[in-house]
Design a protein around this ligand. Structure first.
Ligand code: SF4
Ligand code: SF4
Length: 340
């Protein structure tokens, strides 16, 4: 497995207008005991090697005790066999904190706030942070194998030249109409997308964990595929590997994920164009046709924006079955042919 991207806390000192996961001051975090339970459910490094685990937020430095607990737990489990990176907005990073991060075996620090959506005060820290990194012998990351043997840092953000430039249609980016994602932005096939997420013994496999909710991609399906507090990660992925809907996502083909349910690829492409992009089609597909393929009760599932509003629209179209749980309520619609 190439990478596990893990948001351990959505608490943040900022509330940026484009934030894809609704991070803000006071947003939810895992507790320390939950972190320990989640780490125990990450893959056994002797069975499934992981190249890197990226800890992110929210702002991970807004609650350093939780971050350092996570780093200690990860080091006890992986003993340096997996590189641990930290992604931060840089606002709260100072010399003592960086020294502590390096003491806790962090190999790379990414400052991911260098874009027009973050405050000027954040952007103005680029020079001082560069000097700080270099004073500790860190060098700019190159993204090559050379990075493995040295301590590195990187600066980037949601700029036009980056794969996240159009902004995923998620969180405040969607609510505020900032996402410029179009059908030609095939997030699912790109890095951070769902492509290869099931192929954890191969290169190019990454999963995204928001608190304890496991997603196939960083843009996030409307509900997670499983919960790390309840189930080991590999067990979640092995369970999903039998589902033709999730197999299509594993191929980076959200337009084709309904084929096993009688929903054609042509219909998926048409709805993608009509809705504006692949991830909104993904939301509609799961909400209307396959919500039972996803896990219930996740703390980060997107209720208001996608599931609740869409279900309300569906209920207006037809009466809901009696006293049904959410996933059962939408199941009858699955049986309707939706092909073009
Ligand atoms: S974009 Fe980053 S800094 Fe801004 S609110 Fe979200 S997590 Fe915080
Ligand atoms: S289409 Fe769905 S699975 Fe693919 S990247 Fe978007 S949200 Fe994730």
């Amino acid at each position: 497995m190439d990478s596990i991207y893990w948001v351990v806390s959505r608490d943040c000192n900022q509330k940026c207008p484009h934030c894809y996961n609704d991070s803000e001051p006071g947003a939810p975090s895992l507790r320390a005991d939950e972190i320990s339970r989640c780490v125990a459910h990450l893959p056994d490094p002797d069975d499934v090697p992981i190249s890197r685990i990226i800890l992110s937020g929210g702002e991970v430095l807004a609650w350093t005790a939780l971050l350092f607990h996570t780093l200690q737990q990860l080091h006890e489990r992986y003993l340096g066999k997996t590189a641990v990176w930290v992604q931060t907005n840089g606002d709260l990073l100072d010399a003592p904190t960086l020294d502590r991060l390096l003491d806790e075996h962090v190999r790379r620090v990414d400052v991911s706030s260098m874009d027009r959506f973050h405050p000027r005060s954040t952007l103005d820290r680029l020079e001082i942070l560069t000097q700080l990194f270099e004073s500790r012998g860190m060098v700019p990351a190159t993204g090559t194998a050379d990075d493995q043997d040295r301590l590195t840092f990187g600066f980037w953000g949601a700029t036009e030249d980056q794969w996240i430039g159009p902004l995923w249609p998620r969180g405040r980016a969607r609510q505020k109409g900032l996402s410029a994602a179009r059908p030609e932005h095939e997030f699912c096939r790109m890095w951070s997308g769902a492509r290869n997420f099931l192929d954890y013994r191969s290169e190019g496999s990454e999963v995204n964990i928001q608190l304890d909710d496991v997603y196939p991609c960083c843009p996030m399906t409307c509900r997670p595929i499983g919960r790390l507090l309840d189930e080991p990660l590999i067990q979640i992925l092995d369970r999903c590997a039998h589902d033709p809907v999730l197999q299509a996502l594993n191929q980076g083909r959200p337009e084709a994920m309904g084929e096993s349910l009688g929903i054609s690829e042509e219909y998926g492409l048409r709805r993608t164009r009509e809705l504006g992009n692949h991830c909104l089609w993904c939301d509609e597909f799961f909400t209307k046709h396959a919500l039972d393929r996803l896990a219930q009760g996740g703390r980060t599932e997107r209720g208001i924006v996608d599931i609740d509003l869409n279900l309300e629209a569906i209920r207006r179209q037809r009466p809901a079955p009696e006293a049904s749980p959410l996933c059962i309520a939408v199941r009858p619609i699955v049986t309707e042919p939706q092909g073009s």
